[in-house]
Design a protein around this ligand. Sequence first.
Ligand code: ZN
Length: 210
Amino acid sequence: MDIEILPAGPLQTNSYLILNKEKGEAAAVDAGPEAFDLIKEECQKNSVELKAVLITHPHWDHTLDVHKFNTEGVEVLAHKDAVSWIEDASLQESMSMPGIELKNGSVTRTVGHDEAFDLAGVRVEVRDTPGHCPGSVVFYLPDGGCCFTGDVIFDGSVGRTDFPGGDMDVLKKSILNQIYTLPDETILYPGHGSSTLVGKEKISNPFVTV
Ligand SMILES: [Zn+2]
């Protein structure tokens, strides 16, 4: 299994591509502005079929291109509490920025806490992590030793909680109970910026340490 990091768009949102070249399949994480073209190009380059897009949370910088994946018939997975903001993008208006034209997308399958499934031959576990916004989840790949965290936690920081549905106490609880309980050597792939490790954040994250 290989992982490609594909930052794009005005907020340099990280999309990720989980590649299973042996199987000829791939899955993507998040679908912000410009993500569709990048992901499609990488899939073509690696001769893999994109099986699904996993959405960490329903903020436009992670979901704007969902509608493009919909037109190609790619499965889009998100938490049930994320569905309304993705399917009625006007609900994201207060978080948008000038020059961004919000688009409605469709979630084809909802996922929730403690659910596990195989995607592109890779085991994926879902953990609910509210606090940054409703419908926020992280995707843990036990065999890959990594976790896609969206805007829950970053290298040396945490997600902002001043948007609708944000709550710092809830976010801290999510990090303590769902992220810091992963093995210390787990690589965290956040929605923005560089990757980090559970063990590193546990001792040095200025917002949530144990
Ligand atoms: Zn966000």
